[in-house]
Design a protein around this ligand. Structure first.
Ligand code: TXA
Ligand code: MG
Length: 557
């Protein structure tokens, strides 16, 4: 099949030609064909809504799941009573104010007239009157309502130019009408009027604030701002599908523009893709950049968001970072499309990063304290674990160790712990030398891992201060406990007799040492580890709050 292309841009003064093209497109539709049509939001893929066989071909051309209903596109509110029942006065009020325009209303469906394939068997139907002279003329000429979902292949970003439509649909449809690039750029706002209060199912080209000004508070469906849990059903079936997604994984970064730009700068590798506001394009010279428009120009961001996402499908970037506008006005729709493209993988650059360093002797309760950090949603970075990781994976560190202690590694590449241990403990300065090497490699790795954190993180290190890791932290915490408590806890934990427990403690630095070196002390006098974990959580909550406040204060100053 060859797709016929009708160019209806800049057609001033050529009325006969325009009328012919509109007639031709309407004829295809009346006869059960498919036509790509321009709207003010995104391009639609239209068929005669009253012809189930024609509508079925829409699902085939798009590869769209059958349980995802279509919008009924009509030329004005006067057609509402044909297809809807129990129409509330509010629907007419909204139509008078916002139609033609980017508002889709969900109303009770007249199931005797509207085919089930449109509604996917629901007893409601979505109706919309697009604000595009060409498409309105086609509908009037055809004299039929159109079923018209967005013209993209299912799962791909919506089409905002006729080239996008051809990219996805050429050869699968009878015709496409070029009405120029879409003015709005994101799909219509979907408002469900069959529930009280009315509910926003999809943010779109009509800002929610405009609706609320007219009709008061509206609910926002959960699927707008967050990924749904397994098995959870959104009110708009289409909101559940992975959507708008380029091939490469996307991370959305929210927060004040200068913060989100900085966050992306820290994270993005050379060669990654970046979608950013115009002001920050120069910050990403080593990345593949698509600009969204100025940070305060949400109308332009809406126009460009799909094009930006689409553009990364033709270049092989390993991952994409996107700066995200705030949720006011059209920002809600732009943010929603970006977040859906990211599978709701979102980083908040406004979140203040707080890094605590925890240290302390055996049996004092460091492990419970770290669990408390995790209870608070924080991340624990264990320096020992990083060391073992590097022992396997960092050839430079292995070389450095091998140079100082030849033969530390066995033929199969694994560390000969026993041999290294013997060498190191034979002389005191040798342990120091080994530590020097370890710190030299562990610290930069730790620093890199900390950069990736955007909330609360704790560094777990017995040599927190000596290694210099403490300097990467906002606050160092000594976890201490009275001697007798530690003895009893070690005996219970490791099933060893009292004298061994005492021996182990005395082989380590005393509490006074940690107390003297750290910024604050978390003293453990609790009856049980569980109790201490609770107390630690309260302690850290206060501490983190205080640090976050100081940081916010200093970044504003
Ligand atoms: O701006 C737009 O609305 C564009 C242009 C082409 O008009 N159309 C569009 O259609 O975005 P589509 O099919 O891509 O998105 C329609 C959304 C889907 O998420 C679908 O699940 C939802 O509307 N929908 C349709 N009928 C519904 C109903 N009865 N109840 C709830 N949601 C419905
Ligand atoms: Mg769509």
């Amino acid at each position: 099949m060859q797709t016929i292309y009708y160019d209806l841009r800049n057609t001033k003064g050529q009325q006969k030609e325009v009328a012919d093209k509109i007639y031709a497109a309407a004829k295809i539709l009346r006869e059960g064909g498919l036509v790509g049509i321009p709207t003010e939001t995104v391009y639609g893929l239209a068929a005669n809504a009253l012809d189930p066989a024609a509508v079925k071909r829409i699902f085939e051309a798009k590869g769209r799941p059958q349980d995802n209903p279509l919008i009924l596109t009509i030329p004005g509110p006067q057609w509402l009573p044909r297809y809807c029942v129990d129409i509330p006065p509010l629907a007419y009020m909204l139509a008078r104010k916002f139609w033609p325009g980017p508002l889709t209303m969900i109303l009770k469906c007249n199931r005797e007239v509207v085919p089930d394939i449109i509604t996917a068997g629901l007893d409601t139907v979505a109706v919309r009157c697009p604000d595009h002279p060409v498409t309105l003329a086609i509908i009037r000429e055809a004299g039929i309502p159109l079923a018209a979902p967005s013209a993209n292949s299912s799962g791909r970003p919506s089409c905002t130019t006729v080239q996008d439509v051809l990219e996805d649909m050429d050869g699968k449809i009878e015709g496409v009408v070029d009405g120029g690039p879409c003015q709005v750029g994101v799909e219509s706002t979907i408002l469900d009027l069959t529930c009280t209060p009315p509910r926003l199912l999809r943010p779109g080209g009509l800002p929610m604030e405009d609706l609320e000004r007219l009709m008061g508070k509206i609910d926002v469906d959960k699927a707008v701002n967050a990924a749904l849990a397994e098995g959870e059903q959104p009110k708009a079936p289409g909101m559940k599908y992975r959507h708008y997604a380029p091939k490469a994984p996307v991370t959305v970064v929210t927060g004040a523009p200068e913060k989100s730009a900085g966050e992306i700068q820290r994270r993005a590798q050379p060669g990654d893709g970046v979608i950013c506001f115009d002001e920050y394009a120069d910050c990403f010279r080593e990345q593949v950049v698509k600009t969204l428009g100025a940070s305060d120009d949400k109308a332009t961001q809406a126009q460009r968001v799909f094009d930006a996402l689409r553009s990364f499908d033709s270049c092989d970037v390993p991952q994409i970072y996107a700066q995200c506008p705030d949720s006011r006005g059209l920002g809600l729709a732009v943010a929603n499309r970006l977040k859906k493209a990211a599978g709701f993988h979102v980083v908040n650059a406004d979140r203040v990063r707080v890094i605590l360093g925890l240290t302390g002797g055996t049996g004092a309760g460091k492990t419970s304290a770290l669990q408390a950090i995790e209870d608070m949603g924080g991340t624990v970075l264990d320096c020992d674990a990083i060391y073992y990781d590097l022992l396997q994976n960092s050839q430079p560190m292995r070389n450095a160790i091998n140079e100082l202690f030849p033969g530390s590694f066995q033929a199969d590449g694994t560390l000969n712990r026993k041999k290294l241990g013997q060498e190191v403990f034979a002389q005191k300065d040798r342990l120091e030398k080994l530590n020097e090497i370890v710190y030299r490699f562990v610290l930069p790795e730790l620093q890199q891992r900390l950069e990736k954190e955007d909330g609360l993180a704790a560094v777990d290190a017995i040599n927190l201060i000596e290694s210099g890791a403490g300097q990467l932290c906002d606050c160092t915490v000594a976890v201490t406990a009275p001697m007798e408590l530690r003895v009893r806890r070690i005996m219970a934990r490791d099933h060893i007799p009292e004298e061994y427990a005492r021996l182990r403690i005395s082989a380590q630095k005393p509490d006074e040492y940690y107390r003297g070196k750290c910024d604050v002390e978390l003293a453990n006098a609790a009856d049980s580890p569980e109790q201490f974990r609770k107390e630690a959580r309260e302690f850290f909550t206060r501490l983190v709050e205080k640090i976050a406040e100081e940081k916010r204060g200093s970044s504003q100053g």
